[in-house]
Design a protein around this ligand. Structure first.
Ligand code: 3EB
Length: 337
């Protein structure tokens, strides 16, 4: 029904022969466009600390698909799934910080598209933009982003607490605002982590507007339960733990993911999600920390799981690592067939 492949940029054309590609994102430093006719693919400037040239995250499915364009959004959809992405230069529209204005415009455009095509739920948003921890106009850029995102949710009459989509927000090395999203006509259940305060309830010390995301989204597609876990970091309650200790941060992040998986299994008892059967994307702030992160992951998850490692800034200055994951769909890692 739905599948995820982690591929080198050269593996893409091989995949398209047997699967219908929805779209995805390619990461390299510098960013390199991967052209695949009609397939919405982001080109994100993000280094690969393992030294590979590029890594692509590609979603595919069995549904017949058609491509379309809505403003800056390139998308591809079938009966139950829609993948879209857009890349925007930050443009000043009014007196607000340009990133905030651009973020609001991007999300408004996404919601317009989803409303027009009749896709009621977003399984996952991925957000990438440069200098995420930098301040401009007296406010950190991640916080500018949060304001723009929340305003777009509100403008479209969407709730900003409770059943909101899973997401991540990471700092890229350069470029504009990149957003990718996977939406569905099926019902998605937002999942929270009992170890963490819901991000949409974070107190104002983390910014005037709380981030609008759930810890995970759970959906049943084609008779299978699927889980989309948001970027997960070393945060318990609302506090950052283990400042300066990347191994401990990695373990805490995985404890959080384990708690989210337990919540998902409680809500979908048939699903039986397991840590060693998820696909991971791991964002490491400092390349020198890579081995410590990999070791901590290998100790926590006994069986090696498919993973992409990327070098990215995380949305709180003290956070050294952030991990996202998904499962229940098919997962393929490697050169494709
Ligand atoms: C956190 O738990 C870490 O703003 O979309 C994780 C996942 C984080 C998503 C977002 C931010 C976002 O608060 C940061």
């Amino acid at each position: 029904m739905l599948g995820l492949a982690f591929l080198p940029a050269t593996g893409l054309s091989g995949l398209s022969r047997q699967d219908n590609l929805l779209g995805g994102a390619c990461f390299s430093h510098p960013a390199r466009m991967v052209e695949e006719a009609g397939i919405p693919l982001l080109a994100v400037d993000m280094a690969l600390p393992l030294g590979e040239a590029a890594a692509c995250e590609v979603w595919h499915c069995r549904e017949p698909l058609q491509s379309g364009q809505h403003g800056a959004i390139r998308y591809r959809q079938g009966d139950t799934l829609l993948f879209g992405c857009l890349s925007l230069d930050e443009a000043a529209g009014d007196t607000r910080p340009p990133l905030q204005t651009t973020t609001e415009a991007a999300y408004q455009s996404i919601f317009q598209l989803l409303e027009a095509r009749g896709f009621g739920s977003v399984l996952r948003f991925w957000n990438y933009f440069p200098a995420i921890n930098q301040e401009s106009r007296g406010i950190e850029r991640y916080r500018q982003f949060n304001a723009g995102r929340q305003d777009a949710f509100l403008a479209h009459g969407r709730s900003v607490i409770g059943n909101v989509p899973a997401a991540c927000a990471l700092g890229s090395a350069s470029g504009g605002l990149h957003i990718a999203f996977l939406a569905t006509r099926a019902a998605v259940i937002g999942i929270e982590n009992p170890r963490q305060l819901s991000a949409y309830h974070y107190p104002s010390q983390y910014g005037p507007r709380s981030p609008t995301f759930s810890r995970a989204g759970l959906v049943r597609l084609g008779g299978r339960d699927m889980l989309f876990i948001s970027g997960t970091a070393s945060i318990v309650g609302h506090q950052t733990l283990h400042a300066g200790d990347v191994a401990a941060q990695t373990r805490e992040s995985l404890h959080n993911i384990a708690a989210i998986v337990a919540e998902a299994n409680r809500l979908a008892p048939e699903a039986d999600f397991r840590l060693d059967q998820l696909a991971y994307k791991v964002y490491v702030r400092r390349p020198a920390d890579l081995e410590a992160v990999r070791l901590a992951m290998a100790e926590f998850i006994d069986v090696p799981a498919p993973a992409i490692f990327l070098q990215a800034d995380v949305c709180r200055a003290e956070l050294l690592v952030e991990i996202e994951a998904s499962g229940g769909h098919s997962i393929r890692a490697g050169a494709g067939e």
